[in-house]
Ligand binder design. Structure first.
Ligand code: MGD
Ligand code: MGD
Ligand code: SF4
Ligand code: MO
Length: 721
């Protein structure tokens, strides 16, 4: 997979995108000497300009027969082994399993769990399949664990949730970025270039992270708060903005509402109090405010650090407040953005696989939305079920109210909080069907495993973190025994009598998605496969209407042939997407995390990612180069903490929380707070970080508190240190 060693080949290169994160780096695929494909650079694609991280570069490894599933598997006896089967038997078993549940317990006893890595077409069709074919309200997806708090806060503040309201290229030209709980050096390496460029132009980078990450090492200022204290930190910075007379009063009056309450919340968080809560010294708070306010333009960007908290929505709201009070949001090269995570983290939350949503980012409780989507689907609005449970609540209900599950594109045995409990719930199901490309830890528990085609073998659209809709193209045929997710949904729907409405062809699905999204918040109706190909992606909203024209209607020189809406790279410059066009301040004050350190569990655990592994590791653990770069879990801790416990580098250490116990080798670094330990969550088994995490949910977004829980260290043999 060595890019530079790629032989010049006469075979055409297929332009497509990486299967993994939300940067959706452009890459080329061309036939390799061994009969597969190899990755080639695609320097003309603007987001990554040819650069790829090791995961993208090695992605074709998962296409190998040895790494992936090549035919359906079924468990013929309860408690028996998974055995190879034909597609007809596998699909018939899915229908029988789900019908068995529906007949006895009703449609809401059937659950569907989707993924933010699925294409727009799959996400759209999965939502339609759940609501029409299965008739269940019980559908949600792993994006709930990802950016849901930022989405909720964005909707509340701006009336719209698009991760970045501007293209990444704007980051390179802004004057200051506050990067909160985000580690792009490991999670989106090609994007780091934009931050570096910004600094080369004289801009300032402030990183907020309890760890001195590779990203923090590049910062002008690194604030290292105690995990779970970002809300207090943001309030404290706003307090200083007020105290130092750095408000943009004119902007507040003209473009916002709710300032009085936000101001009161900030005033209650004076610097010394915030230092006490967060552990960030007052002079550092002042320095951050100075960098942010002195710059002509400035941004706050958040990722999972502040978002994956039981107060994530209010926390992001408080960071948005900072951009509003200083007149940054909806101004050129400025504003608030969330760095969405999964490949289609953005599109995956817009087209109806979320518990409360219909396509086009419409709400399931809105009668007009139901009416519109029902018309596109050719059904009566009354047949559409209401909202269902959120992801964790759905998983927690398995084996109870929800007895059968169809799971597509997630591996919750590794990635869900309180994972031992969730694994137990999954085992308690009457029936589980999993569609996946590999035999993940969750697929291994299924009654039926449906092997599906991968990114390079199928066509479909993805919406990256900028809201740019991109086209993934098929570069090679899938192996004989696998089918695409769209084919699977098509065949299942047909077995339940839905001969129409579930096309196998992605472009046909996309054309219906365009109509279903028309007039919604995330309007894709003006986007076509052809336009995406010609324009390097199209930013939504892109209605199917002519470009808004400033020409006077009676101006004879006006060009009324302007054929199409150009898409919307930059949002909110004139008005926000709220009814009155104004942004809304969040009134929230600070509150503690769901679990604070105490005598029994005196340390805080936070969790996250490493460069060479992706998510639950289902794909990347199967790539030899990545597996040797990041072979297993570890517990990152400060040498001083290690010394207190008599732990040396590499010693196995048990981390214990109220949910369970995980064991992994210690990794010592002075780059982490002394009161905090960090574990990556990419592995199953005894080093599984999610055995420990707290499923306390944010009241609005229903996001679990992955980023902070109370733990203690023990010897792996069970003795307390
Ligand atoms: N290599 C790799 N890249 C990925 C992924 C992957 O699995 N591996 N996954 C993709 C996906 S789906 C996502 S969501 C993104 C996630 O991308 P990021 O959000 O960048 O990744 P994380 O490592 O989860 O968290 C970022 C940082 O938050 C810090 N943090 C922990 N607790 C707190 C806190 O309380 N406050 C603050 N301010 N910071 C805190 C952690 O120390 C960590 O450095 O990455 C995407 N890219
Ligand atoms: N402790 C802790 N836990 C976390 C997080 C954290 O920061 N800390 N982060 C959370 C976040 S942000 C996320 S996004 C989740 C992600 O966690 P998961 O939802 O488990 O994500 P993946 O590991 O990407 O799982 C995707 C599965 O779908 C398969 N797959 C890939 N493409 C396709 C496809 O096109 N079709 C089908 N049918 N299958 C496909 C893959 O092989 C894999 O098995 O983890 C969450 N869990
Ligand atoms: S940064 Fe993300 S999209 Fe780009 S190559 Fe790496 S994993 Fe793929
Ligand atoms: Mo994510």
């Amino acid at each position: 997979m060595n890019v530079t060693a790629t032989p010049a080949s006469a075979a055409p290169q297929v332009d497509t995108h990486c299967p993994y994160c939300s940067l959706q780096c452009g890459m080329g695929l061309r036939p390799s000497a061994t009969g597969g494909v190899e990755v080639a650079e695609r320097p003309a694609f603007p987001v990554n300009r040819g650069a790829l991280c090791g995961k993208g570069r090695t992605a074709p490894e998962v296409l190998r027969a040895g790494a992936r599933l090549t035919g359906p598997l079924v468990r013929r006896e309860p408690g028996g082994e998974l055995e190879p089967a034909g597609w007809d038997e596998a699909l018939d078993r899915v229908v029988a399993g789900i019908d068995g549940t529906r007949d006895v317990y009703g449609p809401d006893a059937v659950g569907v769990f989707g993924g933010g890595g699925l294409t727009n077409e799959k996400a759209y069709l999965l939502g339609k399949f759940a609501r029409l074919v299965l008739g269940t309200s019980q559908i949600d997806y792993n994006g709930r664990f990802c950016m849901s708090s930022a989405a909720a806060a964005g909707n509340r503040a701006f009336g719209l949730d698009r991760g970045l309201p501007f293209p990444l290229e704007d980051v390179a030209r802004t004057g200051c970025v506050l990067l909160v709980g985000s580690n792009p050096a490991e999670t989106m390496p090609p994007a780091l270039r934009y931050f570096t460029e910004m600094r080369e132009r004289g801009g300032r980078l402030v990183v907020v992270d309890p760890r001195r990450t590779r990203t923090a090492e590049q910062a002008d200022l690194h604030l290292a708060p105690r995990p779970g204290t970002d809300l207090a930190l943001a309030l404290g910075l706003l307090h200083l903005v007020i105290a130092e007379g750095r408000l943009d009063e004119e902007y507040i009056a003209a473009r916002t509402t709710g300032w009085a309450d936000a101001r009161a919340a900030a005033m209650a968080h004076w610097p010394e109090l915030v230092e006490r809560i967060t552990g960030v010294p007052v002079p550092q708070l002042r320095q951050a405010v100075a960098y942010f306010c002195d710059a002509e333009s400035a941004m706050v960007l958040t990722a999972r650090g502040p978002e994956q908290q039981a107060k994530g929505t209010d926390t992001v709201g408080a960071w948005i407040n900072l951009t509003l009070a200083t007149g940054r949001a909806g101004r050129p090269l400025s504003g608030y953005g969330c760095l969405t995570g999964q490949g289609n983290g953005q599109g995956g939350r817009e087209h109806g696989q979320k518990a409360d949503q219909l396509p086009g980012y419409r709400m399931l409780t809105d009668p007009a939305a139901r009416e519109h989507v029902a018309r596109v689907w050719g059904v009566d609005p009354d047949v559409l079920p209401g909202p269902g449970r959120s992801a964790y609540e759905l998983l927690d209900a398995l084996g109870g109210d929800v007895r059968s599950l169809l799971l597509i594109g997630s591996n919750p045995v590794v990635s869900a909080p309180r994972a031992a409990h969730i694994e137990q719930r999954i085992r308690a199901l009457d029936f589980l069907a999993v569609s996946d490309v590999v035999l993940s830890e969750t697929a291994a528990l299924a009654d039926v495993v449906l092997p599906v085609a991968q990114w390079a073998e199928e066509t479909g659209t993805m919406t990256n973190l900028e809201g740019r809709v991109l086209l993934r193209r098929r570069a090679l045929d899938p192996p004989e025994g696998v089918r695409t997710d769209l084919q699977v949904l098509h065949s299942l729907a047909a077995r339940w009598g839905w001969e129409k409405g579930f096309p196998e062809d992605a472009e046909e699905v996309f054309d219906e998605l365009r109509r279903a999204s028309a007039g919604g918040r995330a309007d894709y109706s003006g986007i076509t496969y052809r336009r995406i190909a010609e324009e390097d992606g199209v930013f939504w909203p892109c209605p199917d209407t002519p470009e808004p024209s400033a020409d006077l209607p009676d101006d004879p020189s006006a060009d009324h042939s302007a054929p199409q809406h150009p898409g919307t790279p930059r949002l909110f410059l004139d008005r926000f997407a709220t009814d009155d066009g104004r942004a809304r301040f969040s009134p929230a004050g600070d509150r503690p995390s769901a679990e604070e350190a105490d005598a029994a569990f005196p340390l805080l655990l936070t969790t996250g990612r490493v460069l060479a592994q992706y998510q639950s590791g289902a794909q990347t653990r199967r790539v030899p180069e990545l597996a040797s770069a990041a072979p297993g879990p570890f517990v990152e801790m400060h040498p001083r903490l290690a010394r207190q416990h008599g732990i040396g580098e590499g010693d196995p250490v048990a981390v214990v929380s109220r949910r369970g116990r995980a064991v992994a080798p210690a990794r010592l670094t002075t780059g982490i707070r002394v009161d905090t330990v960090f574990m990556p969550f990419h592995w199953a088994g005894e080093g599984r970080a999610n055995t420990l995490t707290n499923p306390a949910l944010d009241p609005v977004s229903r996001m679990p508190e992955f980023k902070v829980c109370a733990v203690r260290l023990e010897r792996p043999d069970g003795d307390t240190e």
